[in-house]
Write a protein that binds this ligand. Structure first.
Ligand SMILES: Cc1cc2nc3c(=O)[nH]c(=O)nc-3n(C[C@H](O)[C@H](O)[C@H](O)COP(=O)(O)O)c2cc1C
Length: 376
């Protein structure tokens, strides 16, 4: 199968599975525990219907929307995902450049394999840096200063990760970062020569934004993943968020909350936007689907906060349903990662084209020429 034969996100997933060794594919594809939340994130969209309004002039469909005080060309953007080098040697730059080409925002993860300054130099669209408040508060302060210097639009604090979720597929496949060619894995790597050759030619697997701290803290003796796991801080609370919002002083997103009381606290500490998210079903198993949380949160916060639905989006009609339920925008994770694994930047562009085309068609069939028409 080639990229041009991928007609939907599920086709891209199939191609990604063919291209990637099993540990990398399942690292993208998997979720926590029994993966109920992972599956429910997408399945929950089936409960929502879209009412058509016929005989409306839909000659021109306008997908533009406002996010974080700036305009983006699509009502969805690209969520932060760690370690893109595992999936393609062009890593985060391939994803950011695709976002730039489509005029939508890109969010870089703390655990990315590209320096935040390199992303800032490469793109003009809104840039979001996702961070965790880690035990090493010096690193958090350093990120704030670097993001200000590099001209980032917003910071995004991920709040659903006091500890790592239980991803059993990773235990079974022996997923490590950087990847190791163990005896068990050798056959798997041999069966994916394209990926394996690129692994040998571009061995740049550093967590580029934190690598320098592992040496600073451990005299170089600590592995990257050990460093990151040791840095998740279970004591982080709303007081720390308030501190961080003040340090940053610009648009601030909190990612990974789902309840009305948490949304109200986010408003009180000065957040600009919420990413209603359960980390793509990778953290708390049995957390509700983000789409199911939008209506109540919108009713509680009114227009005080921008709401972004993050999780389970595989179709343009999912995006339209989220907007119809009260969201301002959506964001996608696996949908573009499957594209990245399937074909680098061209694969990410394929994913964005698919979702853009599906969204446009859904809007035309609904009789909604603009995003505001969907919101009702
Ligand atoms: C491979 C992978 C890595 C991820 N890494 C991060 C990360 O470093 N930080 C973060 O806040 N969220 C991370 N996420 C979660 C995404 O930002 C997003 O919430 C999730 O993918 C949305 O669900 P979807 O994949 O169904 O679209 C990751 C998700 C995946 C699939």
């Amino acid at each position: 199968m080639r990229l041009s034969k991928c007609h939907n996100i599920s086709d891209l997933r199939t191609l990604a599975q063919r291209r990637l060794p099993a540990p990398m594919f399942h690292y993208i594809d998997g979720g926590a525990d029994d993966e109920w939340s992972l599956h429910n994130n997408t399945a929950a969209f089936d409960k929502y219907e879209l009412m058509p309004n016929v005989l409306v002039d839909v000659d021109r469909i306008d997908l533009k929307t406002k996010l974080l005080g700036t305009e983006i060309a699509l009502p969805f953007f690209l969520s932060p995902t760690g370690m893109s080098r595992l999936f393609h040697h062009d890593k985060e730059l391939a994803v950011a450049r695709a976002a730039d080409k489509f005029g939508t925002a890109y969010a870089l993860s703390t655990l990315g394999t590209t320096r935040l300054e390199d992303i800032a130099d490469a793109i003009d669209v809104p840039k979001i840096f996702q961070l965790y408040i880690m035990k090493d508060r010096g690193l958090t302060r350093e990120f704030v200063a670097r993001c200000k210097a590099a001209g980032y639009t917003a910071l995004c604090l991920t709040a659903d990760t006091p500890v790592a979720g239980n991803r059993e597929r990773d235990l079974r496949t022996g997923m490590t970062m950087p990847p190791k060619f163990g005896l068990k894995g050798l056959l798997n790597f041999a069966m994916h020569p394209h990926w394996s050759l690129s692994y040998l030619r571009h061995p740049n697997f550093d967590l580029a934004n934190v690598a320098h701290r592992t040496d600073a803290l451990s005299g170089g003796s600590m592995g990257l993943i050990d460093y990151v796991n040791s840095q998740f801080d279970r004591t982080v609370s709303w007081k720390d968020v308030e501190w961080l919002v003040g340090e940053w002083g610009g648009p601030f997103i909190i990612k990974g909350l789902q309840s009305v009381p948490d949304a109200l606290k986010a408003r009180d500490v000065g957040a600009t936007a919420l990413m209603i998210s359960n980390h793509g079903g990778r953290q708390l198993e049995s957390a509700p689907a983000p789409i199911d949380c939008v209506k109540d949160i919108r009713a509680a916060v009114g227009n005080d906060l921008e709401l972004i639905v993050d999780g389970g989006i595989r179709r343009g009609n999912h995006i339209v349903k989220a907007l119809n339920a009260g969201a301002d925008a959506c964001s996608i994770g696996r949908a573009y990662l499957y594209g990245l694994a399937a074909g680098g930047q061209a694969g990410v562009e394929r994913a964005l084209t698919i979702l853009k085309t599906e969204t446009e068609r859904t809007m035309a069939l609904m009789g909604c020429p603009s995003i505001n028409d969907i919101k009702g």
